[in-house]
Design a protein around this ligand. Structure first.
Ligand code: MTE
Length: 326
């Protein structure tokens, strides 16, 4: 995914906020009642709505019942592989960022639903999950545009439930999703040549597809921070970069969102980004993929093997076919 490297990613030790300083700042906020613990609504200058988060609890309900309709054609990837080899550029461009991601505070976690909807909402992640309905587990393939792949048990909720909850107005066509922005915590966000925050989008028809999923867990537990806790998007027929992590905002809009990677390099990372072994990335082949934990390559499948479920979404796009996969 590297576009260009103005300097090597590795932030030197002295640029890293000392953990103790950060922890002390949190202690201070806690003593003011702004984080967790006892909260008084009377704190000067702090609105009740921003304090609401402090009453929240983490997302629960793990492990959730497995929906057997979603089967794999390959073994489940080892948990260790899927949780230690991750892409989360907010914490660095290497795959080995899982330790750095522990700095992210995911409880409480406020999510905004806004734009072309009947009623805008701002609510805690756990409350959002509760409002969307019960969680389930699904086994899905995952294919990164970099040509590595995995097969994992996600926990989450069908994305159509979010659309039903949000009640978009008739003109809304897309959902724009946004990740948190906090360069004090996520040191990658100090790299100013990236267009932070990370943004992704789907059409509302795509969001209504049965496969589109809001992930809350992996391997029967709540999501690890490095995998996008507490809420992320899971779109198994698209390249993995569409699966935006640690979402703070869903905006319903009539304008097609320009995603993070598309802003950086539209010739390499397009909006639709459907998996297609026949359309190579400009710098490498997409014909095969390496399963995490192995050096063997296996053939990549059209729509990552989900053609039957999703091809109707794109059938009228005619000669846009090539662009559909970029
Ligand atoms: N979301 C955010 N916010 N930041 C990222 O860097 N990387 C994407 C996607 N979501 C990314 C992100 C990419 S390139 C991939 S392949 C998947 O997350 C990887 O998900 P995983 O690390 O849980 O396997």
């Amino acid at each position: 995914m590297l576009i260009k490297q103005k300097k090597s990613w590795e932030i030197s030790e002295n640029e890293v906020t000392d953990y103790a300083v950060w922890a002390n700042r949190r202690e201070f906020l806690k003593s003011m009642g702004i984080l967790g613990g006892a909260v008084s609504a009377g704190i000067a200058g702090t609105s009740l709505s921003s304090l609401g988060a402090a009453f929240a609890a983490p997302i629960t309900g793990f492990p959730a019942p497995r929906n057997e309709a979603y089967q794999l054609d390959r073994p489940i990837t080892l948990e260790d592989e899927a949780t230690t080899y991750t892409n989360f550029y907010e914490f660095g461009s290497s795959k080995n960022i899982w330790r750095a991601a522990q700095r992210l505070e995911t409880d409480p976690w406020m999510v905004t639903i806004d734009g072309m909807v009947d009623t805008e909402m701002r609510l805690d992640a756990a409350e959002l999950v509760a409002k969307m309905g019960g969680q389930e587990e699904r086994l899905y393939r995952h294919r990164c545009v970099e040509a590595w792949a995995m097969a994992v048990p996600w926990t989450g909720i069908q994305m159509s439930k979010l659309v039903e909850l949000a009640q978009p107005t008739s003109g809304a066509k897309y959902i724009r999703m946004e990740t948190f922005h906090d360069p004090d915590i996520a040191l990658g966000q100090r790299q100013s040549w990236y267009p932070w925050p990370y943004v992704e989008g789907v059409s509302i028809e795509e969001a209504m597809n049965e496969l589109a999923f809001i992930g809350t867990g992996l391997y029967g537990k709540g999501l690890e921070k490095q995998n996008g806790a507490p809420l992320r998007c899971v779109l198994p027929w698209k390249y993995g970069f569409k699966g935006i992590k640690s979402i703070v905002k869903f905006t319903f809009t009539d304008e097609r969102p320009v995603s993070f990677w598309e802003q950086l390099n539209p010739k390499e990372y397009g909006f639709w980004a459907n998996v297609n072994p026949e359309i190579d990335h400009p710098r490498w082949s997409q014909a095969t993929e390496r399963m995490l934990g192995s050096n063997d390559r296996v053939p990549t499948l059209l729509y990552n093997g989900y053609e039957e479920q999703v091809s109707y979404l794109y059938k009228d796009m005619g000669d846009l076919k090539d662009r559909l996969f970029r």
